[in-house]
Ligand binder design. Structure first.
Ligand SMILES: [Zn+2]
Length: 129
């Protein structure tokens, strides 16, 4: 099935949403690139045997782990942003994927890639915990 052509000449609210999404997108991709470089730098340094003290090794590993975990969280956000862009292109943006109600503009401002309204989101969080 042919994919619907993504419409890029947004106006008004759609344009605002589009720009907010793209801002998050660039922020996250920029951050990821930076962090990937840092993680690479660190493992290169380890290979060269720069770190010799045991205490340094363990703290290095801890921040390495953290870096990797952070990378996958950023990846999640990117996927959400891409989904939101897709919904925007189909005029579905801002609709809660659970109850179909519109997500408040205030919430979209904080989290442009939000999938659920506040009500459904907190319901889900309660179920998860
Ligand atoms: Zn909802």
């Amino acid at each position: 099935m042919a994919r619907k052509k993504v419409q890029l000449n947004y106006t008004g609210k759609d344009l605002e949403h589009y720009e907010a999404l793209m801002e998050v997108y660039y922020q996250v991709t920029g951050k990821m690139r930076q962090r990937k470089d840092e993680v690479l730098d660190r493992s290169n340094a380890e290979k060269r045997g720069v770190t010799t003290h045991m205490a340094d090794v363990s703290s290095d590993n801890a921040s390495h782990e953290l870096g990797l975990r952070q990378l996958s969280e950023d990846g999640d956000v990117l996927a959400l942003v891409e989904d939101a862009l897709e919904r925007l292109a189909h005029g579905e943006y801002g609709k809660c994927q659970d109850c179909g109600e519109m997500i408040s503009e205030a919430r979209l401002k904080v989290r442009p890639y939000a999938v659920f309204c506040v009500k459904c989101k907190s319901k889900r969080e309660q179920m998860e915990s």
